[in-house]
Design a protein around this ligand. Structure first.
Ligand SMILES: C[S@@+](CC[C@H](N)C(=O)[O-])C[C@H]1O[C@@H](n2cnc3c(N)ncnc32)[C@H](O)[C@@H]1O
Length: 555
């Protein structure tokens, strides 16, 4: 039987395996849908009552999907009766043969993963794959067993990663052997480590269905793992529970290679390359990675320090040194005749080096500053009040001293807008402030602009950024309506009928805003139709929001 509809798997001695279209494919076409060989919730969700430990289904109400503050849910009713304390969505998931085999190892793998700095969800997924291979060896051999595991390359390039899992296995094995010698003969270290490597190279993260894009599960899929990566992908995958669907997002001609993306496409080239090299063992040479402006994205570009012209940027080309196994950046100005390109400025120009060091400091600030940490979410006015002024002052400082020197699409700008959109939204709720809400909207607008510039084809990032932009504008709309209603009440009290101009202009603002909300939800919905198809929760929800805002704007 054919593996794919309208595509075929090709194997060449120099290029390895890849998938090619056998027909014309259009955005929105579903390439395939498949169940995972095995899936597991990510570390943070392992013992949670509302995440099924077997199929990764999670309980989330429609209410929660629209709200940014998840409410508590009752959780799944089935807890493991064999001893591991994990939660399951059904009896079928709780009582499966594979779980019975893995159950007594689970707590040991979790505890020792922590000790050996291993990812508990990878170590448990490997355990599950090994156990499933015992009960479904034929399926294993015909599918995921055929995937590349690249263990020898990991030994060569990233041995410390393999050593951690090797030590973890040794310790679990010793404990198990002392408790029950028969169990220890079920699997061996070689087999376990090969599966760990294969999971590293081939597994796919599933994201939550709400608009926070939280990674929640890790799945091991066969067909999807046959696709190569590009930072200009022509497909998009989404995972619901343990099912993955691969959909076309760009026109694909017959004979063209089909690519998905293994990394966060909002990251600059050097960051994407580092991840691909470390976890997938290759250097990406797609058109985005090899062009210094990243095909006009400018995610790493800084204003040229020599050119008078504001439109010239210094951008990096990422190069891989085969001998040292290190990725480095070589910078040049987009204007060929610029002085920056003539001298040895990459190493010696202090102004340029200071900008690079400021950018590094900014990343550090954004990633580590307590002001942005999630724990601060619950605080009320008294706690936030003293924080507002210093936060704003610091941000103005960063904006003038660092960010103003970078292209408006620079990754630092994106992080800046992401943090500030949420921060101002929180301030606006705590202080009931119109001004903070409108500042928050400006940052959400910039996020949507950058995300659309950087990921040029339909993607969950664009869908979600439009959704958030429309959502905060809905909040603003409510405030405007309240303002108008209060105005009307006051006017009626004072019986002043001649000052209706104010109300007219408010009504006009309300109408325009409604139109904007409607078109923004519509854009998100149209992209969701391509990425998720008709019947996925996100598409259905966006459709409902479009209809609601359409109805309101026509009234
Ligand atoms: C999920 S597999 C993809 C299928 C793989 N080509 C195979 O033969 O099984 C991932 C591996 O494929 C190779 N690969 C994927 N995309 C690549 C690309 N753009 N350039 C070079 N190698 C790539 C890398 O070796 C990577 O570790």
């Amino acid at each position: 039987m054919e593996l794919f509809n309208k595509a075929k798997l090709i194997e060449e001695s120099d290029k390895g395996r890849y998938v090619e279209a056998t027909d014309i494919l259009k955005p929105g076409d579903s390439l395939f849908s498949e169940n995972s060989f095995a899936s597991i919730p990510l570390e943070n969700f392992l013992y949670k009552k509302d995440y099924c430990f077997n199929c990764c289904k999670y309980q989330i109400s429609t209410e929660q999907q629209t709200s940014e503050q998840p409410k508590s849910t009752p959780g799944f009713p089935f807890q493991c009766k064999y001893g591991c304390n994990m939660w399951f969505c059904s009896n079928e998931c709780a009582d499966g043969m594979v779980h019975q085999l893995e159950c007594s190892f689970i707590s040991k793998f979790v505890e020792l993963s922590l000790k050996h700095d291993c990812d508990a969800s990878i170590s448990l997924l490997a355990l599950r794959v090994v156990m499933k291979n015992k009960v479904a060896s034929e399926v294993f051999e015909q599918t995921v067993g055929k995937l590349t595991n690249q263990k020898s390359i990991f030994i060569q390039n990233n041995k410390s990663f393999l050593d951690k899992y090797s030590k973890l296995f040794d310790q679990v094995y010793l404990i198990v052997k002392s408790e029950n010698s028969e169990l220890s003969s079920i699997f061996n270290k070689e087999e376990y480590l090969e599966v760990v490597c294969s999971i590293f190279v081939n597994s796919f993260a599933g994201l939550s269905n709400n608009f926070n894009r939280t990674p929640i599960s890790n799945g091991y899929f066969y067909k999807a793992a046959l696709l190569n990566h590009s930072c200009e992908p022509n497909t998009f995958f989404s995972i619901q529970n343990s099912t993955l669907e691969m959909r076309v997002v760009k026109d694909i001609n017959k004979g063209e290679q089909i690519f998905d993306s293994y990394v966060d496409l909002l990251l600059p080239t050097i960051e994407r390359q580092k991840i691909l090299l470390k976890s997938k063992n290759f250097v990406c040479d797609c058109s985005r990675c090899t062009d210094i402006t990243e095909n006009s994205r400018f995610v790493s570009s800084i204003h040229c320090i020599f050119c008078k012209d504001e439109t010239n940027y210094i951008s990096p080309k990422v190069k891989y040194d085969d001998k040292t196994k290190i990725l480095k950046q070589v910078w040049s100005c987009s204007k060929l005749t610029c002085q920056f390109n003539k001298k040895n400025n990459n190493k010696n120009n202090q102004e340029f080096l200071n900008i690079l060091s400021d950018v590094a400091k900014f990343y550090d600030f954004i990633n580590n500053d307590l002001l942005f940490k999630e724990e601060k979410k619950e605080e009320g006015e008294e706690q936030i009040q003293p924080m507002v002024e210093p936060i704003l002052n610091r941000l103005v400082e960063y904006e003038t001293n660092i960010l103003s020197k970078l292209h408006e699409n620079h990754h630092c700008w994106l992080l800046y807008h992401l943090r500030l959109s949420k921060l101002f939204e929180r301030f606006s709720a705590v202080f009931n402030s119109f001004d903070y809400l409108s500042q928050s909207i400006q940052h959400y607008k910039e996020i949507a602009r950058i995300v659309e510039c950087v990921i040029k084809s339909p993607s969950s990032e664009i869908i979600d950024s439009y959704y958030h932009l429309a959502r905060v504008n809905e909040k603003y709309l409510l405030s405007l309506i309240n303002q108008r209603n209060n105005h009307i009440k006051q006017l009626e009290k004072q019986k002043q009928r001649d000052t209706t101009i104010d109300i007219d202009s408010l009504n006009k603002d309300i109408k325009n805003l409604l139109k904007f909300i409607n078109t923004t939800y519509k854009k998100a919905y149209e992209m969701a139709l391509i990425c998720y198809g008709n019947f996925k929760p996100k598409t259905l929800l966006l459709n409902a929001l479009v209809e609601k805002s359409n109805f309101s704007s026509s009234n």
